[in-house]
Ligand binder design. Structure first.
Ligand code: BG6
Length: 492
């Protein structure tokens, strides 16, 4: 089935760094349906050729697959439309152009909103109005409920629960939930999907994936980069909105969810929603005890950051889930900029065996088993377990069993956007966030944000760039009887 991918915000960074390279790779792999076209839309006055030329340079830079020959073939499908789609009259003109470009009357259209989040509501409203205007005397079927018209919405979806609810309402004025694809690019990462496969395509993990065997779970998303040129945006967002409301809570949901009865968008998302519903709400005092915030030294000097900013660039949360499976198991979530390496990992810390037969009297107790799911930069899984040191009596040592995606599977790991774009074209929403899910996630983050800005929140610590956050974070987790698993990527 032919597809039109219409990108609003065509002159933005995401389009050139991620979306076009992803579509180009899909084309090279022959995954892009035949006769598909890509139409960039923004207010800048480019011709088709000027836009193609600009994209050629960025695609060279961001796609390892680039060749002149393939690009020539691909770029014939690339078009440009200059206009302001938040204005219905421009949207009508865009539809006229699509009508001319599309090879089939029957093409699916994926509208990708990569514009400023402030424009989401206006663009969707304008889409609604423009779609009732006939093109060349032909009326299209109504937009709402039309399965051939889908809209992908980039993050952030709202800035708190209230704005997310409002945006959902404005979206549902024009579209059905089944037409809406809210992006969290973490769900497009291969290892995140593999986490579901690991849990639900193997029987060995299920019996131990619960409070009887698991002591705690740690989900860390560490970034080496600083805020840099994104100060304007970042200071209004901070680490909780930027990383926790979406990426970290999604990782939590997939780690903790029950097996869906079938692998389809509705049932997978039902299970994730159930996890978010079980997150224990916290009072102000509990928030002060169970959350920690900090910013890196030098953050206030970043361009766009006001001198009196109180924005956190690092946070750690201790969450509990009220469910039979997870009751009593703390989930530690942390993320920060300017940390000492880039790594995203989920650490399942198992309990000690009931008796420590091989502990030596003068040493620390042996370490309990751990399963480390490394999401990035290199994707893989490591199981840590004790073994006997040969020829050393009953001395034991922690050893590991590694699985590396790169080693097992040849070829490049696809970027998350390839998978997500393809799924949106195919109408599979399993890896997108549903409306109720996004609201539940804000419902978890909002009270923390409120407490932090109330004047009686936890202190805002500082950390030197190149560390695992502030030293207070180690004391904080130790006060609960646990310690962070601070290791830069294990699996290269
Ligand atoms: C984005 C955040 O959603 O995710 C950025 O806005 C962050 O601040 C990025 O750097 C991290 O994504 P990845 O895929 O590099 O881990």
């Amino acid at each position: 089935m032919a597809n039109s991918i219409v990108i609003f915000g065509a002159s933005g960074d995401l389009t050139s760094r991620k979306l076009i390279p992803a579509l180009y790779s899909l084309f090279c792999k022959k995954y892009l349906p035949p006769d598909s076209v890509i139409v960039g839309v923004s207010r800048s006055p480019f011709t088709h050729q000027e836009w193609r030329d600009a994209l050629r340079e960025t695609t060279k830079q961001f796609s390892r697959r680039y060749t002149d020959e393939k690009w020539e073939e691909f770029s014939k499908r690339v078009f440009y439309f200059s206009g302001d789609v938040a204005k219905p009259e421009d949207f009508v003109k865009l539809r006229q152009q699509l009508h001319v470009i599309e090879a089939s009357e029957n093409a699916n259209r994926v509208y990708y909103l990569s514009v400023s989040p402030k424009l989401y509501a206006a663009t969707i409203a304008s889409m609604g109005q423009a779609h009732s205007v006939p093109i060349d005397g032909i009326n299209e079927p109504p937009l709402k409920g039309n399965k051939k018209r889908r809209v992908v919405i980039e993050k952030p979806f709202g800035t708190n629960l209230e704005t997310a609810k409002q945006l959902n309402r404005q979206t549902y004025d024009v579209l059905d939930e089944s037409q809406v694809y809210r992006i969290d690019h973490y769900l497009g990462k291969e290892t995140v999907q593999n986490l579901m496969v690991l849990r639900f395509a193997n029987s060995i993990f299920e019996p131990i994936w619960n409070r009887n065997y698991i002591e705690n779970v740690q989900i860390s998303v560490a970034e080496e980069v600083k805020v840099g040129r994104r100060g304007d945006y970042y200071d209004t967002s901070g680490v909780l909105r930027d990383m926790f409301q979406n990426h970290l809570l999604q990782l939590l949901a997939i780690t903790a969810m029950e097996a869906p009865a079938q692998f389809n968008a509705g049932l997978v998302r039902d299970e994730k929603v159930k996890v978010l519903r079980t997150v224990q709400p916290m009072s102000g005092k509990e928030i002060n005890r169970n959350t920690l915030r900090a910013r890196y030294t030098g953050y206030l000097e970043e361009p766009g950051v006001p001198p009196d900013s109180q924005t956190a660039t690092f946070a750690a949360l201790r969450l509990h889930l009220d469910s039979w499976r997870w009751s009593g198991v703390p989930f530690y979530l942390r993320s920060g900029k300017a940390m000492n390496c880039r790594t995203t990992e989920i650490v399942i810390q198992f309990r000690q065996p009931p008796t420590l037969l091989f502990a030596s009297p003068n040493a620390l107790p042996p370490q309990a088993n751990r399963l480390i799911i490394q999401i990035q930069p290199a994707e893989g899984i490591q199981l840590q377990f004790q073994t006997k040191v040969p020829d050393a009596g009953m001395k034991i040592r922690l050893t590991d069993l590694d699985f590396r995606f790169q080693k097992e599977f040849t070829g490049e790991m696809p970027d998350a956007y390839q998978r997500l774009l393809l799924d949106a074209m195919n109408g599979d929403a399993s890896l997108f966030i549903r409306g109720d899910e996004v609201e539940l996630a804000w419902g978890i983050i909002d009270p923390i944000l409120e407490q932090w800005s109330s004047g009686s929140g936890p202190p805002l610590f500082e950390y030197e760039p190149g560390n695992w956050g502030p030293t207070e974070s180690n004391e904080w987790i130790r006060s609960f009887g646990h310690s962070w698993f601070d290791v830069c990527p294990l699996l290269a």
